[in-house]
Ligand binder design. Structure first.
Ligand SMILES: [Zn+2]
Length: 362
């Protein structure tokens, strides 16, 4: 392990002898009695030396072996140290120029996951992850692009038909692709987001293994309100975690993120809405049919769709990186009226059965 002070952290003097690592005081690490010798030792933490060599250096510059050892332990416990060797290995999983594009992402991970080597391990796991995004509209294509940029090894986008103006956004399908196949345009967006030149890929041969995660983002935004579909039941049965995300009219919804058998599912949310409004199933069915009356122009604010896509991708990453985003047992709403996000809690519905435990053997 080649120890390095986390390059993501700024360094500033709080006073003549106190060093602060990090800008946000709430999360900052503070080191007192920072004299010249100690600063010389800190300069050696550049990721080129292992711990035994650092202790030798500590003795050589007059800090002392034991104080150097205690200092390293303190810095490690405060979350200020990372392992430069692990970071190099994790980034080597990605071809250039994606490797360079990912350095700030790795730096961010190093602040969220504190131990030396923890962030590189997570980035390495992302490289092995396969995510399928279903729907290449303003939200779905942008989610796929962001996940690809963030280091997800394989991102596929499932959709059919040709690109229409309603599908395009600065974060997703480009306007220049109107009329092209959505699947082709989405694949190129995913490749460009990872710094690659778009190339045709061999026809995908299903290997029988489900993806590690599925994002349900149909172009009509119905994932914002519809859950418990046949498609979702298959995912539940296969144990594939999935996230609903969509924009309907002026509302964006992120969630629920469903961990099969462990958190409330999309059908739980449908049942809850039925409890609150008995006419809801009828309204929802007509939404799917296009509804009565004249042709509609579906609403989808570009800024809203981009914000929703970004938050959805962040929730997927937080979950796959081992965290619990607020869309688990809940969902987030954001309105184009005021841009305010709010999180609503979602309990497993008693009539759903997704959280029922099997009966113990008699
Ligand atoms: Zn359920």
């Amino acid at each position: 392990m080649r120890l390095a002070l986390k390059p993501a952290l700024s360094r500033s003097w709080r006073d003549s002898a106190t060093l602060q690592f990090g800008t946000v005081t709430r999360f900052a690490g503070v080191l007192g009695n920072a004299d010249k010798t100690l600063c010389d030792f800190l300069a050696l933490l550049d990721g080129t030396r292992e711990r035994p060599e650092l202790l030798n250096e500590g003795e050589r510059i007059g800090l002392g072996r034991e104080p150097a050892d205690a200092l390293l332990t303190g810095l490690e416990e405060t979350g200020l140290l990372d392992d430069a060797a692990s970071a190099t290995r994790a980034l080597a999983r990605f071809p250039d120029p994606h490797r360079d594009l990912l350095r700030p992402d790795l730096a961010s991970l190093s602040l969220v996951h504190s131990g030396p080597g923890a962030a590189p391990a997570i980035l390495g796991r992302r490289a092995d992850t396969r995510i399928e995004v279903r729907g290449a509209g303003r939200v779905g294509a942008a989610v796929a692009a962001v996940l690809s940029a963030g280091g997800t090894g394989t991102v596929t986008v499932a959709d059919s038909g040709r690109v229409k103006p309603d599908d395009c956004s600065p974060a997703g399908l480009p306007a220049a692709d109107i009329g092209r196949l959505r699947s082709t345009s989405a694949r190129e967006v995913v490749q460009r987001a990872a710094g690659r030149q778009p190339v045709p890929l061999p026809r995908h041969k299903p290997d029988g293994n489900p993806p590690d995660f599925v994002v349900l983002a149909p172009r009509d935004g119905s994932a914002a309100f519809a859950g418990g579909t046949y498609e979702a039941r298959l995912l539940l049965r296969a144990g594939v975690p999935h996230l609903y995300v969509g924009v309907v009219e002026e509302f964006g919804v992120i969630g629920p993120l469903v961990i099969p058998g462990m958190s409330a599912c999309g059908h739980c949310l449908v049942l809850r809405r039925e409890d609150e409004d008995e006419a809801w199933p009828r309204v929802l069915a007509q939404l799917a049919d296009g509804g009565p009356g004249q042709a509609r122009t579906p609403a989808c604010d570009t800024a809203l769709a981009t914000a929703v896509a970004g938050l959805a991708a962040l929730h997927v990453q937080v979950y796959l990186d081992g965290g619990r985003p607020p869309s688990v047992d809940g969902y987030c709403e954001v309105s184009a009226r005021d841009g305010m996000f709010r999180r609503l809690r979602l309990r497993g519905h008693t009539d759903c059965g997704c959280l029922w435990q099997p009966l113990p053997p008699a």
